[in-house]
Design a protein around this ligand. Sequence first.
Ligand SMILES: [Zn+2]
Length: 168
Amino acid sequence: MKKCFVLDASGIINSPLFSPGNDCFLCPPEVISEIRDSHSRSILEALKASGNLEVREPLSDSVESVLKQARSTGDVSVLSETDVKVFALAIETGSVLLSDDFALQNVALKMNVCVLSASHGEIKRKVSWGFRCEGCNRKFPLDYKEKTCSVCGSKIKRYAKRVFRRRQ
Ligand SMILES: [Zn+2]
């Protein structure tokens, strides 16, 4: 049976896994334009030639639901427009996401998207994010909208609140 993978740029750049003919691959057009080096370009060309690469936009409904989830988990700031589309495609098609981007992998776990690291196997840790003041260390909820601390005026930074092993 064919297995379907959604690719982000890091997935294409790092992956030794491509075996055109057995699997099918999906990505939004933006990922293609992010691929610049000649080696990755040639991987891409081979995929295209095999007829197993589908380049398309996700549905706007899927994009919306990804944005909604990313806002609720506080990850919306780490996701580029391309990342959001990559997730939307994975959710829409029930495909496995192939990515070497650590932030992306974490978001994938939270969205119940099955993710494989292109070069190092499956991600083992899950991070949840919070906001903290650089100056006084005061913590702020994820929906805190200001860029500076309401107490001391220092910068608010995102930090990894919890890192835990993925349950098998
Ligand atoms: Zn402060």
